[in-house]
Design a protein. Structure first.
Ligand code: PGA
Length: 253
């Protein structure tokens, strides 16, 4: 089944207490919202996973995600956090391959392919990010870039494993800039991605994969974006840090 997903990516913001306060406020505001067919996700810093997952508890339709995972299982990798540890904190999802990870921490498609395996191996749904930088958009190579990100990072997965993946399309030029892809621009890329999935895994899996848009999504533009046929929700940075804004986006579904 194709879910609508509104996922917050808090990035390197919030202490555990601030995170718990934010989640408590959001849950209070959506307590009478019908979340059938929808998933709400809080992508927290590692240090907040446990506390936030405890606050979320078994609230139906609400999940916690990490923003990264190690490509190693465990052992002498100082500073790393394994998929198993993340899962043990109560997270059900892991954001993988965010453009900030790709750019500042040099994560390649090959590394991300391993991270996708680790996530799936620990029952974490990967939210796999892709998206072009402004130069790729300007010189019209963005489809090639996105295609390699998807093929090299995900297409080694079996159909059964791929069926658990969520994709997030985040044009880098729209992240944190206030500039959003137009609904038509985003829809065109989402349809392109869904088509890639169809060619590889067939129509049923392509129909069921949730493809999120990310990049300056706000309550004021969410409805138009999520209203497009291949846009199944959002991965939200800045606007996920304020309960009212995040809930405004949830209410746009
Ligand atoms: P933004 O970030 O909503 O602040 O543009 C999105 C993201 O980086 O996931």
């Amino acid at each position: 089944m194709r879910y609508k997903i509104i996922a917050g990516n808090w990035k390197m913001n919030t202490t555990p207490k601030e995170g718990v306060d934010l989640v408590t406020e959001v849950l209070e505001l959506i307590k009478s919202t019908d979340l059938t067919g929808t998933k709400i996700v809080f992508g927290t810093p590692f240090v907040s996973l446990l506390a936030v997952a405890e606050s979320v508890g078994n609230t139906p339709g609400v999940y916690v995600a990490s923003q990264n995972i190690s490509s190693y299982d465990g052992g002498a990798y100082t500073g790393e956090t394994s998929a198993n540890m993340i899962s043990a904190c109560g997270a059900k999802m892991a954001i993988i391959g965010h453009s900030e990870r790709r750019e500042y921490f040099h994560e390649t498609n090959a590394i991300l392919a391993t991270k996708a395996d680790k996530a799936i191996g620990s029952d974490l749904t990967p939210i796999y990010c892709c998206g072009e930088v402004l130069a790729d958009r300007k010189n019209d190579s963005y489809q090639t870039v996105i295609q390699s990100q998807i093929e090299e990072g995900l297409f080694h997965l079996s159909a059964e494993d791929f069926a658990n993946v969520v994709i997030a399309y985040e044009p880098v030029w729209a992240i944190g800039t206030g500039e959003t892809a137009s609904p038509e621009q985003a829809q065109a890329v989402h349809a392109f991605i869904r088509n890639l999935v169809k060619s590889k895994y067939g129509a049923e899996i392509a129909e069921n994969v949730s493809i999120l848009y990310g990049g300056s999504m706000k309550p004021t533009n969410a409805k138009e974006l999520i209203g497009m046929p291949d846009i199944d929700g959002g991965l939200i940075g800045g606007a996920s840090l304020k309960a009212a804004d995040f809930v405004g986006i949830i209410n746009a579904i």
